[in-house]
Each structure stands twice: as structure tokens, then as C-alpha cells.
Ligand binder design. Structure first.
Ligand code: OAD
Length: 250
């Protein structure tokens, strides 16, 4: 097992002993060891293979909804076939003994499937389908996935007939109010923030570590690579989520 850097073990110990609150902020790297590609940073990351402006904006949806739905339907299938990794499992364990808030930018459900309650999905959830026009939640079954088909015609809203979109935040859209308020509250209250597997490039989520620090928290980055946040945190641990979280929280 990867040894926990003493300063980080001490920060967690101090937080628990003092009755403090831990906030864990996760990004795409959290699910990388489950086989879900990250957005940036590798030759096969999503935004190196696909153009976000054609796939992840409301304009892209209006232009070619079948292309966008086909891409999200592929990603939903990847998540469906994936399993939570040891990092997800480790985070699900300490909820009983440590007051812990879990804030994720991830739109997958691997935290939940590992047994965690996610306090805030700040970028939405792949599975929270809703109508593009009237916003009504889709309560029907999911359409069948057709492997290798690039374009899949979206399902239709039973209320208004418009197309059903994925429940994710697209570029140019606001974050869900409740999730963002919960994330800000957790960042403001915590004594320790663990920032796991995010490049720290997409705001406002990338501002949570700085917010926590301004309110007196110790901030720890867990990431195998340097990020935009590295210079602003208290401790950096160059390890993956599945390497670091089990010995830290186990
Ligand atoms: P990114 O893809 O930008 O960054 C992934 C980070 O994970 C990088 O810093 C990697 O070094 C790190 N990483 C890779 N493997 C890891 C591992 N096994 N353990 C820990 N860390 C690892 O992902 P995010 O920061 O989450 O937005 O991206 C932020 C937002 O940009 C996403 O939520 C998405 C995207 O556009 C929306 O969909 C709205």
C-alpha cells in the first residue's frame, strides 16, 4: 500500500480529533481507474478526441441532437459497464465516523454505487434525463443502446413532445442552484478538503479549494499529475485515487 504522507495523515487526524468536517471534491480522475476516460491530460481523453463545442453545448444539441444523444448514450453505456474502484469504496467507508461531504464534478454514479451519498453533483448526472424544452424529468425507460451508432435519435417528452436531454451541465449553462449552494456550504464549513482527480480548470467548481482555504481549511490535492490548483493547496500527494484513498481513509 502507498504510505500516507505524514503531514496529510496528521491533517486528517487533527480534523477528526477536533470534530471538524471533511469535504471531498472529486473530478474525472476519480473514475479513471474504473475505466472512464478523463476530459483532459491523456492522448485518449475525451476533449482530445471530441470537440466539446459540437457535443456539450445547448447550441450543439439544437444543431444535431442525434449526434449529441449518441455520444452521451455511449458515455452512459461506459458508466453502466464500469465498476467503482478502490478509491470510491474508501470514500464510502468513513461516512459513519467522519462528518464528510462529497462534492463531485462527475456525472457518473460510481460514488453512489460504491455506497456513498453524494451531497452535490455540481455538473449534474448523466442519468437525470429531462426534457430540453419543458424541463420535465424523464420517467420512462431508457432507450436501447446501439453500439457503434454515432447518431441516435433522442427519446421524446411525454408531456410536450420535445427531445429528452442528458442531465448534465453543458458549457455556457449555469450549475444547478441547490448543488452549488451545498458545495459552497461544505467548502466554507470544512476543516479539511481533499481535492481528488481534477485538473482545476473549470470554474466555478475549480474555485472551491480556494474558498475552503479562505475559510481556514487545510486543502490537500490527490492527483498523479500537477494541476492548476497545485500551487494553491497546503499539501500535494502525487498518487491516484485508488492508491491514496484506501490507506488514508481505511
Ligand atoms: P479533467 O479531465 O480536466 O482532469 C482529470 C484530472 O484527473 C487530471 O488532473 C489528471 O491528472 C487526474 N487523474 C488522472 N487519473 C487519475 C487517477 N487515477 N486518480 C486521480 N487523479 C487522476 O477532469 P475534471 O477536472 O473533472 O465538465 O474536469 C472538469 C470538468 O471539465 C468536467 O466536469 C467536465 C469537463 O468539461 C462538464 O461536463 C460540465
Amino acid at each position: 500500500m502507498t504510505p500516507v504522507p505524514p503531514a496529510i495523515a496528521e491533517a486528517l487526524h487533527r480534523t477528526i480529533a477536533g470534530g471538524g468536517h471533511v469535504c471531498v471534491v472529486t473530478g474525472a480522475g476519480m473514475s479513471a481507474e474504473s475505466g472512464i476516460p478523463t476530459f483532459r491530460g491523456t492522448h485518449d481523453s475525451l476533449w482530445s478526441r471530441f470537440d466539446p463545442m459540437r457535443l456539450a453545448t445547448a447550441g450543439a444539441w439544437r444543431d444535431d441532437p442525434a449526434l449529441v444523444w449518441g455520444w452521451y448514450r455511449w458515455r452512459m453505456q461506459l458508466v453502466c459497464n464500469a465498476r467503482p474502484n478502490a478509491g470510491h469504496a474508501a470514500l464510502a467507508g468513513p461516512a459513519q465516523r467522519v462528518p464528510l461531504s462529497l462534492v463531485t464534478q462527475n456525472v457518473d454514479d460510481l460514488h453512489e454505487r460504491a455506497g456513498s451519498t453524494v451531497d452535490a453533483h455540481v455538473h449534474g448526472s448523466l442519468s437525470a434525463l429531462r426534457c430540453f424544452a419543458c424541463g420535465r424529468a424523464h420517467d420512462g425507460a431508457l432507450d436501447a443502446y446501439v453500439p457503434d451508432r454515432q447518431r441516435i435519435e433522442p427519446m421524446r417528452c411525454t408531456a410536450c413532445g420535445d427531445r429528452i436531454r442528458p442531465g448534465v451541465v453543458w458549457f455556457g449553462e449555469a450549475l444547478p442552484d441547490d448543488a452549488w449552494a451545498t458545495a459552497v456550504d461544505a467548502a466554507t464549513r470544512c476543516a479539511l478538503m481533499l481535492v481528488v482527480g481534477t485538473s482545476g480548470l473549470v470554474y466555478p467548481a475549480a474555485g472551491l479549494p480556494a474558498l475552503a482555504r479562505r475559510h481556514g481549511a487545510t486543502v490537500v490535492e490527490i492527483n498523479p499529475e500537477p494541476t492548476a490548483l497545485s500551487a494553491e493547496v497546503d499539501h500535494v500527494w502525487r498518487a491516484t485515487a485508488a492508491q491514496a484513498l484506501p490507506p488514508l481513509l481505511g
